[in-house]
Design a protein around this ligand. Sequence first.
Ligand code: ADP
Length: 194
Amino acid sequence: MAGDAAKAAEVVLLMGPPGAGKGTQATRVAVARGLTKLSTGDMLRAHVGAGTELGKRAKAIMDAGDLVPDDVIVGMVRAEVEAAERIRFLFDGFPRTAAQAAALDALLADQGAAVTAAVSLDVPDDELVRRVLQRAEVEGRSDDNEATIRNRMVVYHEQTKPLLDYYDAQDKLATVDGVGSMDTVTERIHEALA
Ligand code: ADP
């Protein structure tokens, strides 16, 4: 069969600590592979910007560097997945907890699909702090200050990093060195997914 409709389902997860460069790489990899990028951080920031009820609840949590409740996040993702004609997604910053990972599996199974690969961008902690503080100057994100960054790192190590083992146990994990030029890292991700 020819045509877009026949394109196989593909679900790539881009994982890694705050400041690892997920957002930049997610956009590039999604375009190159014909995937729809879904960034839960961007979706939440859009709600905050639009002043929705969800945005009002999320803002304080995000500014503290804590995680927005799983049911809120899963609800947002479910709406996108169920509305999609094809299951071809690149997730940026999701899942971040074991509950989110389980919910994603169930959601995809309902559509006859599954996670294809999880890419973990590996960057040392001191480099992460340096990058996020630099980004604070350029973008002015309200959660890019030193106290919040430290909490986001702790939350990542405690809640999200264990998910790498979950995907590794399914032979779906690719760990990619996230230190280097943006182009170099993009190339490494493509190689890991090839
Ligand atoms: P970063 O990875 O650089 O911290 P994100 O844009 O991915 O940035 O996330 C910013 C904030 O949005 C997080 O600190 C958290 O409060 C919230 N958030 C984003 N994605 C999720 C998620 N999957 N689960 C819970 N909270 C999330």
